[in-house]
Write a protein that binds this ligand. Structure first.
Ligand code: HAS
Ligand code: CU
Length: 576
């Protein structure tokens, strides 16, 4: 087999375009992060406090929605095409979904940027969580909807490839990468139901003035119905990279293919019915429902704990193939000089810590201590900001040559870049966790409003702020190094010899060892739907009952508003 870009030039073009979009978002979002880290800690304030939410929205939306999801669709397009070894069924559809995602991005982007200027009233200072009572310009919601429709079509495109492959390969096990793509997308279809209902029936009509209020708790709940599983939408491609690429880079093979499949099925089943763990402190949801979400969340630790063991075992297997020995001595036999390996391994290491802060968040009683403090940004800068972002950057050093046909500019520069990200995040995320325990609030430009002071258990507030600012600066340097390096590699500035194609070794325990029932995606989807109905029907019914569909005092204006209310009522009656 030749290089991916030569075998599938049309698909490779879409993969490149998606990655390029992802990196533009990374650059913009990352720079907004620098502004915030320095502003909050008081080291450099180039914006007014009143602009902080615009910056924070641009930061959040660019990084956790655009950077992550554009990278995902590019990587998944490669995974499907390469693992099924067939081109898109219709490349026009592939171009269409990518185009819709770009269009949605531009619409939402214009609305957000409007917040920086007084020339227009347009703004969308609503953060990446965009639930009421914060309200954005309709263009923001329309952009979001267009973007999500793009991702739905991408999933359909990949299912089509799989259906066509199955016709020609009856009775064969679906290749692992395809299986991972399909389970991720099924999870995504279920998760996005929540946000689609919130946007189409409530937020968009509200911002257009068709209804004059919404039930804030309802839009929050519908958001978190989507807002928890979305974190696994960022994580599942990372797990694919850790399962199929990391063992190869270590010099070995994946330990168990069936186990990897079980992990992805568990994510499909359990990701949605846990969303209420973001709402432990919301009044209006009974404790029992919160307890149920907590129990589901604790079960959801399982796929990640399984992953920790399998991935580390696969890495160890690789190290031993390379001559590594002893209980821990094998660690020295790993290819630490390769940025792709080192970046992913460091990302994994940080994710182990992130898992622990996630467990603290997930416990109802402990959550009361940390909710809405800087602890939570500490948690998600380790998860999405490191496990995901650092893995995506690291894998690019392996992946880029396959889709551009050009070798990476300098492995050493890449190595410095990934290590710098790790070091920057050690400072920033650790200090965020600690200052959060001291009670410093999140989502605020100036944590010292009205002379508030904090006592930290260990160290001084000023020391922790210094660490946050220092970490932020190191991350900015690493980010700029990454973007510059990708540019140098993409355009082959060093005129390097062409790369050779990469193949992925089969697992030690292959797909034939997996029980056939794992292939039954329909069954797992039904199980997921049943769990969603069980966890969400009663809470949503009681929220609507207590607060009204459009808020207690909400009035609906005009015939469009009336129709909308009727449809919304019907949907909510039949929906989880
Ligand atoms: Fe979370 C809040 C609970 C995982 C992202 N989370 C957030 C928010 C974000 C986020 C963005 O229960 C804030 C949202 C907002 O703006 O309000 N989270 C969890 C739990 C997990 C978890 C239980 N979160 C993630 C992931 C994210 C993410 C993944 C993004 C990608 N989170 C919460 C809760 C809240 C929350 C509450 C609400 C807090 C509040 O009050 O607001 C679990 O999935 C974590 C499981 C992970 C593990 C670790 C396994 C370790 C592995 C490492 C293997 C090692 C390797 C290295 C590969 C159990 C897999 C080997 C290297 C060698 C050299 C050998
Ligand atoms: Cu969550």
């Amino acid at each position: 087999m030749g290089l991916f870009v030569n075998e599938y030039p049309d698909e490779a073009a879409i993969v490149r375009a998606a990655l390029a979009s992802s990196f533009v978002a990374l650059l913009i979002g990352g720079l907004m992060g620098t502004v915030q880290a320095l502003h909050r800690t008081g080291y450099l304030q180039v914006i007014e406090n009143s602009t902080y939410y615009t910056v924070l929205t641009l930061h959040g939306v660019s990084l956790v929605i655009l950077f992550t999801i554009f990278f995902l669709v590019g990587f998944y397009q490669w995974a499907i095409t390469d693992s099924l070894d067939r081109p898109s069924e219709d490349i026009r559809l592939t171009k269409l979904w990518y185009g819709l995602m770009v269009l949605g991005t531009l619409m939402a982007g214009v609305a957000i940027l409007g917040g920086f200027t007084d020339i227009t009233d347009m703004s969308a200072d609503v953060l990446f969580t965009f639930y009421a009572p914060l309200e954005a310009h309709p263009l923001f919601y329309l952009g979001l909807a267009t973007f999500i429709i793009g991702t739905w079509l991408a999933g359909f495109d990949w299912f089509r490839s799989w259906w066509a492959w199955k016709k020609e390969n009856t009775g064969e096990r679906t290749p692992l990468r395809t299986f991972m793509v399909l389970t991720t997308m099924l999870m995504w279809y279920l998760a996005t139901i929540g946000v689609a209902i919130a946007v189409i029936f409530f937020l968009l009509p509200w911002s257009l003035g068709l209804v004059d209020s919404v039930n804030a708790l309802l839009t929050r709940t519908l958001f978190w119905f989507f807002g928890h599983p979305v974190v696994y939408f960022w994580l599942m491609p990372v797990y694919m990279m850790w399962y199929v690429i990391l063992p190869k880079l270590s010099g070995g093979r994946l330990f168990s293919d069936p186990l990897a499949r079980i992990v992805f099925v568990l994510f499909l089943i359990l990701s949605v019915p846990t969303g209420i763990h973001h709402q432990y402190l919301d009044p209006g949801i009974a404790e029992g429902f919160k307890f149920l979400a907590m129990t589901n969340t604790m079960f959801l630790l399982l796929p990640s704990l399984l992953t920790a063991f399998t991935v580390v075992a696969s890495i160890e297997h690789g190290a031993r193939q390379r001559g590594g020995e002893g209980y821990f001595g094998w660690l020295t036999a790993l290819p630490w000089g390769k940025p792709a390996f080192t970046g992913m391994a460091l990302a994994g290491l940080m994710f182990a810590a992130a898992g622990f802060s996630g467990m603290v968040n997930a416990g109802m009683n402990l959550n009361y201590l940390v909710h809405n403090t800087m602890w939570v940004p500490g948690h998600f800068h380790l998860t999405v900001g490191t496990a995901v972002a650092l893995t995506f950057m690291a894998v690019t050093y392996w992946f880029l040559p396959q889709i551009t046909g050009n070798e990476v500019f300098s492995q050493r520069l890449g190595l410095y870049q990934v290590v710098l990200w790790f070091v920057g995040m050690v400072f920033m995320a650790n200090a965020m966790h600690r200052i959060g325990l001291g009670g410093e609030p999140r989502r605020t430009a100036d944590p010292f409003y009205d002379g508030v002071t904090f006592d930290t258990a260990l160290g001084a507030v000023s020391e922790l702020h210094l660490q946050i600012a220092l970490g932020g600066v190191l991350l900015t340097v690493s980010l700029l190094m990454f973007i510059a390096h990708i540019g140098l590699s993409w355009f082959d500035v060093a005129n390097k010899p062409a790369p050779s194609p990469e193949t992925l070794p089969p697992a030690l325990s292959g797909p034939e060892h997996a029980p056939a029932v794992l292939e039954n995606l329909r069954l797992w989807t039904v199980v997921a739907i049943v769990l969603i109905l069980l966890t969400y029907t009663l809470p949503i019914a009681s929220i609507v009952d207590a607060g009204g569909l459009f808020g207690a005092a909400g009035t609906i204006t005009g015939p469009i508003g009336d129709t909308l209310a009727m449809v919304a009522q019907t949907v909510l009656e039949v929906m989880p």
